[in-house]
Design a protein around this ligand. Structure first.
Ligand code: MG
Length: 157
């Protein structure tokens, strides 16, 4: 049995915050604003997995009104989503992820992010694909005000 899921997320960039993407801190003058570490890439991935499982979204599972999720590592939350997935009898076939950011350049960091996400999902590195897009300077992301991410996953039981 196969299930497909897609996820999307967007966070604002603000000064004085760490930029964490795919569980990795990336040197930049701004970071993503959010209740957790605001790891937009991991949030999109979690939403895709939860979507494939028919289990809603991360806002339901880890509400940002709950103080226990303040500043929490999204990678830890991804581990919990992966555990829920395995308990439902599913495993990841592949995940295809796109980060949409004008700055900073992200592809140099993919070599670190990719094996890290693959490890949390318990799949081979080749099963997790990362892509980076700019918005060609257009719109709020193009102006560098935020970063968005999209994810598609296929699960198999
Ligand atoms: Mg988010």
């Amino acid at each position: 049995m196969y299930r497909i899921g897609q996820g999307f997320d967007l966070h604002r960039l603000e000064a004085g915050r760490r930029l964490v993407l795919g569980g990795v801190e990336i040197p930049y003058e701004k970071g993503l604003l959010g209740h957790s570490d605001a790891d937009v890439l991991v949030h999109a991935l979690m939403n895709a997995i939860l979507g494939a499982l028919g289990l809603g979204d991360i806002g339901t599972h880890f509400p940002d009104s709950d103080p226990k999720y303040a500043g929490i590592s999204s990678e830890v939350l991804l581990g919990r989503v992966a555990k829920t997935m395995r308990q439902s009898g599913f495993e990841v076939v592949n995940a295809d992820l796109t980060v949409i950011a004008e700055r900073p350049r992200l592809t140099p960091h993919f070599g670190v992010i990719r094996p890290r996400l693959a490890r949390v999902l318990d799949v081979a590195e080749g099963c997790v694909n990362l892509k980076a897009n700019t918005m060609e300077g257009l719109g709020p992301i193009g102006e560098g005000l935020g970063i968005a991410a999209q994810a598609v996953v296929l699960l198999e039981k």
